[in-house]
Design a protein. Structure first.
Length: 298
């Protein structure tokens, strides 16, 4: 047999073995590929996770990264893909556009983004319609969650899209006063919230005087008060979570506000002494999905 033929057969055999040793889904996890759409003369991207054998009309969860973050990092660092595989829903991780400093962001009206004509609301609506069509996903059970600037964007979406989303989970978020002033006209939406009392970036007490330069935003207490007034709750339950393994000055105070007639709920996770993050021991993604799953029935 010719030497070149032998080398080719050997190489092909080794290549087949190496690929066989790595499951196909593992390759997808290692090398997730972005999807691209063209909108308003801009190239926008997102990642999508579709579990195997996903049922028709499955729920869809959007997960929004924070300021200067990325969709890919969020995909890798959170547990939503694992939860999607376990409970049967699709997950989409949109990518924010980059601002003048090269930081990815969501357009919620920060002072230094005022001149940037980025329509992120339409971006999300466009992705949603495409995914519903391609994967036959639910038209009703659409959920949103996000972190920091991504959480602020969840607040904006819940105010400026009437009855599009079933529930929202803004994490470490704020309500910009500019869009809050237009929000009371919208319908109530079940909301899962988490904020830290010592956050050096998203102040617990807000920044109505715009000392930080983001623009005026409400205090966390005012944001919570707005949400619980919207649902007109008639029942409240409380709990406290402590770190089970170490002497941690942070702990989590939980208040659940419930309208027993409509089942609309607001869950507030208040991280006492917490900063711009959240304790790992609370299994946040699991709690968010548990909250969303309350609204899977029509």
């Amino acid at each position: 047999m010719d030497m070149n033929v032998r080398l080719f057969i050997t190489f092909f055999f080794l290549l087949c073995i190496s690929k066989a040793q790595i499951p196909r889904n593992a390759l997808d996890i290692l090398e997730p590929k972005p999807y691209r759409i063209r909108m308003d003369s801009l190239d926008r991207t997102y990642y999508i996770h579709i579990p195997k054998n996903l049922k028709k009309k499955a729920p869809l969860v959007f997960v929004f990264h924070g300021y200067s973050g990325s969709a890919l990092e969020t995909l890798k660092e959170t547990k939503f893909n694992d939860l999607a595989n376990r409970y049967g829903f699709a997950v989409c991780y949109p990518q924010g556009y980059k601002d003048q400093k090269g930081n990815a962001f969501w357009q919620v009206g920060y002072s230094f983004h005022k001149d940037l004509k980025i329509d992120d609301i339409q971006f999300v609506k466009t992705i949603m319609a495409k995914l519903q069509d391609v994967y036959d996903l639910s038209q009703e059970h659409i959920f949103i969650t996000g972190f920091s600037n991504g959480g602020d964007f969840c607040n904006l979406l819940s105010c400026q899209t009437q009855d599009v989303f079933k529930a929202t989970a803004p994490i470490i978020s704020c309500f910009m006063k500019e869009f809050y002033d237009k929000c009371p006209q919208t319908h109530s939406i079940p909301t899962f919230m988490l904020n830290g009392t010592d956050d050096p970036i998203t102040y617990w007490d807000g920044d109505m005087l715009n000392q930080q330069g983001y623009g005026a935003y409400l205090s966390t207490e005012a944001m919570l008060d707005f949400r619980i007034k919207q649902i007109e709750y008639n029942q409240k339950m409380s709990d406290t979570l402590f770190n089970p393994s170490i002497n941690d000055p942070q702990y989590v105070s939980i208040d659940q506000y419930i309208d027993t007639l409509s089942n609309d709920q607001v869950w507030m996770y208040k991280v006492i002494n917490g900063g711009h993050g959240y304790p790992a021991y609370i299994d946040l993604e699991d709690r968010i999905w548990r909250f969303f799953s309350l609204y899977l029935k029509d």
